[in-house]
Design a protein around this ligand. Structure first.
Ligand code: UD1
Ligand code: UDP
Length: 373
């Protein structure tokens, strides 16, 4: 029996690891356990519930406004117990969070083979996104198997001297999760959707907003809020729906600056299926999220990305995603263009998705089969 341990801590990691965990559970010859660091708590738990995942180990590490120092140290320390208890053959980590970086290092100490899912994304600017770019570069150094979502991600790894035989292009499991959810959300009632539906104005175009990046904390978020306020004031045919990330550095400026405005609705983070449902209903998405840049092209929704660089240039190339930074005027200009120019809007609403076709988890498992002995 091959022992797999899947370790993750935040909402996006949970969404992207869930299809792999559930696919492994149907395969014979593997004992697959899940360890959550719970770097996120509420935002993580809603995903676990939707995908029917009950963690075998829950480190429960989230603290209000946690620092990177204590988070990193406690992940490594607490994982020692788990790794020594389960002694996994393979550990799976995802992407670029502090959990991914610290868990890969701890798993290396434990002698497990480290498999990096969503490997090879790069901006090549170690301070942007912060600390994710360095987290993923460090994780690549530690990993034994690298599951790159696209050929470009594979090329990035080759440029860093990673053994070509250990890199596999698999697509991104985010699309596995999205396709599963788009189907499932049709047939199940969802509390968040029940609450949301009555506040949506069917006469208005929905602009969906999310944001959380650390490098945008402070001035970046002030600029973003000014832009949203101006868009809401200028275009009375829009409704801005903003599920606000629970990070206090985001909550404070957003609620202070945007509360009480007629066509801006600030709401709590949505459960994943409700968020997918809302993305589908939206006209335009404004975000600094990584995962949403990958999901939106499947739904044909234009995305303005409030960042100066992206490790996901594929969708910029196909035209669905445009980088606008946190420059207030640029956000207003580009959103207005998409609201007013229907030919331009149509051109950006491409349905082409460069990130996968929903079969990534199965591809990863097929590769693991070759390494199991
Ligand atoms: C983290 C990841 C980031 C990822 C993002 C996804 C790091 C350093 N950052 O950023 O890479 O893109 O998650 O959202 O790994 N909080 C809650 N409840 C929750 C989640 C967060 O209250 O369920 C609050 C807490 O006060 C917490 C703070 O948000 O201390 C920050 O959480 P943290 O995971 O450190 O950073 P994120 O900005 O969420
Ligand atoms: N998401 C969600 N509820 C929300 C906002 C986003 O479930 O209210 C999902 C979204 O569909 C995507 C993921 O969370 O899959 C993105 O998470 P986030 O932007 O926090 O992290 P990033 O992708 O930037 O690491």
């Amino acid at each position: 029996m091959v022992r797999n341990l899947v370790i993750f801590g935040t909402r996006p990691e949970a969404i992207k690891m869930a299809p792999l965990i559930n696919a492994f559970k149907n395969k014979e010859g593997y004992e697959t356990k899940v360890c959550v660091t719970a770097q996120h708590r509420e935002m993580l738990d809603q995903v676990l519930e939707f995908f029917d995942i009950i963690p075998d180990y829950d480190l429960d590490l989230m603290r209000p406004n946690q620092s990177l120092y204590t988070l990193t140290a406690s992940i490594i320390t607490e994982l020692q117990v788990v790794l020594e208890d389960f002694t996994p053959d393979f550990v799976y980590v995802h992407g670029d969070t502090t959990t991914s970086m610290a868990a890969s290092l701890a798993s290396f100490y434990a002698g497990a083979r480290v498999c990096h899912v969503e490997a090879g994304l790069r901006t090549f600017d170690k301070r942007s996104p912060f600390p994710e770019e360095l987290n993923r570069q460090l994780t690549s150094k530690v990993a034994d198997l690298h599951f790159a979502p696209t050929p470009l991600a594979k090329d990035n790894l080759l440029r860093e001297g990673i053994n070509p035989d250990s890199i596999f292009v698999t697509g991104n499991t985010v699309i596995d999760a999205l396709l599963y959810s788009v189907d499932r959300v049709q047939s199940f009632s969802n509390d968040d959707i029940d609450v949301l539906e009555p506040i949506l104005d069917s006469e208005k175009k929905i602009i969906l907003v999310t944001g959380h990046r650390r490098e945008n904390h402070g001035k970046g978020f002030l600029n973003i809020c000014s832009a949203l306020k101006e868009i809401a004031n200028t275009h009375n045919n829009v409704q801005i729906i903003y599920p606000v990330h629970l990070n206090p550095n985001v909550q404070k400026p957003v609620y202070e600056l945007l509360s009480g405005l007629d066509n801006i609705k600030l709401i709590a983070p949505l459960s994943y299926p409700a968020f997918v449902w809302l993305m589908n209903k939206s006209y335009l998405i404004i975000t600094d999220s990584g995962g949403i840049q990958e999901e939106a092209p499947s739904l044909g929704k234009p995305v303005l990305v409030m960042r100066d660089t992206t490790e996901r240039p594929e969708a910029v190339k196909t035209g669905t995603v445009l980088l606008v930074g946190t420059d207030t005027d640029k956000i207003i200009l580009e959103a207005s263009k998409l609201l007013l120019d229907s030919a331009y809007y149509k051109q950006m609403s491409s349905l082409e998705n460069p990130y996968g076709d929903g079969s990534s988890s199965e591809k990863i498992i097929d590769i693991i089969k070759r390494y199991r002995n």
